[in-house]
Design a protein around this ligand. Structure first.
Ligand code: ZN
Length: 222
């Protein structure tokens, strides 16, 4: 559901998913990349079912402790499907940053993607992911996103700083600007740190705006 929005909005061609039924033990990463992970070579998305089940159980325990029951709109099956959808979205956003050409608008660059350190890559991925969650405007997905995001290391949560750039400009829906953002960041080449990425976005705002309008018009024509 969420991943299909990446295709609809950006012309993203989904990479292959590999579903693990045995624990993945990806203990050194932030929560999103423990529940799943993306391998840029050979462009493979991993979904870690045992870790997802554990996360669902943790959410259930907290909900039961807080409310004495699961809320009516958050049954076990809805909860589990939502966590899985959000993990898939996170990993496909990694792949989008790596491989999406935005319909030929900006060339994917493996060297550039591989050069991104986690403190740059993860907040960017979380930003794109959260923008999509806002775009579909589903309250359960927003609540579960927040729950998982709260467990993520602080550098993951710097997506909020990117969201603030839009709030400052009174722009409620950043989804149309993702092609421009990815494009200027790829053009910049190696990014030193997250501050550098933010500076490029702020300083090249006019380019982002123009590129995003051009991309969205070309999608509209299709
Ligand atoms: Zn990640």
């Amino acid at each position: 559901m969420l991943v299909s929005q990446l295709s609809k909005l950006y012309g993203y061609i989904p990479e292959i998913e590999c579903v693990h039924v045995e624990p993945c033990h990806k203990g050194n990463n932030g929560i999103w990349d423990i529940l799943g992970y993306y391998e840029s070579v050979p462009k493979l998305i991993h979904i870690c079912e045992p870790e997802i089940h554990k996360c669902v159980d943790d959410i259930k325990k907290i909900r039961l402790r807080e409310f004495g029951r699961l809320e009516d709109d958050m049954s076990s099956i809805v909860l589990e499907s939502s966590v899985r959808e959000l993990v898939r979205l996170h990993e496909h956003c990694h792949a989008l940053l790596h491989t999406c050409s935005f319909k030929g608008f900006t060339a994917p660059n493996h060297k550039w993607y591989s050069s991104l350190s986690p403190d740059i890559c993860e907040p960017l991925v979380e930003f794109i992911s959260r923008v999509l969650v806002e775009f579909v405007n589903n309250n359960i997905l927003k609540r579960i996103f927040d729950f998982i995001d709260n467990k993520a290391p602080p550098y993951y949560k710097r997506w909020i700083e990117l969201m603030n750039i839009f709030i400052k400009r009174n722009l409620k829906d950043p989804s149309g600007y993702i092609p421009g953002i990815v494009s200027v960041l790829r053009e910049e080449g190696k990014l030193k740190n997250f501050e550098h990425a933010k500076k490029v976005i702020e300083e090249r705002w006019e380019d982002i705006n123009a590129m995003s309008i051009a991309f969205n018009l070309s999608m509209f024509k299709d």
